[in-house]
Design a protein around this ligand. Structure first.
Ligand code: SF4
Length: 63
């Protein structure tokens, strides 16, 4: 599985980046980047938490 962000929905509030900064990064211009899209046993719990907490429902997991 990997992380997919709908950048049309994302409002760059940084919630996901705060939860798991090695996967999500907000740059100086408030553009969100997915640094590492692969879901692993090590990051899956926190990625799912970011999916849950994103107020725009912009993050999804795809096969
Ligand atoms: S939590 Fe959602 S809206 Fe906020 S920066 Fe991440 S993807 Fe964008």
């Amino acid at each position: 599985m990997r992380v997919q962000v709908d950048f049309g929905l994302c409002e760059s509030n940084g919630i996901c980046a705060g939860l798991i900064p090695e996967v999500f990064d907000l740059d100086a211009r408030d553009d969100l980047h997915v640094l590492s899209p692969d879901v692993t046993p090590q990051n899956e719990t926190r990625i799912r938490e970011a999916v849950r907490q994103c107020p725009r429902q912009a993050i999804s997991l795809v096969e």
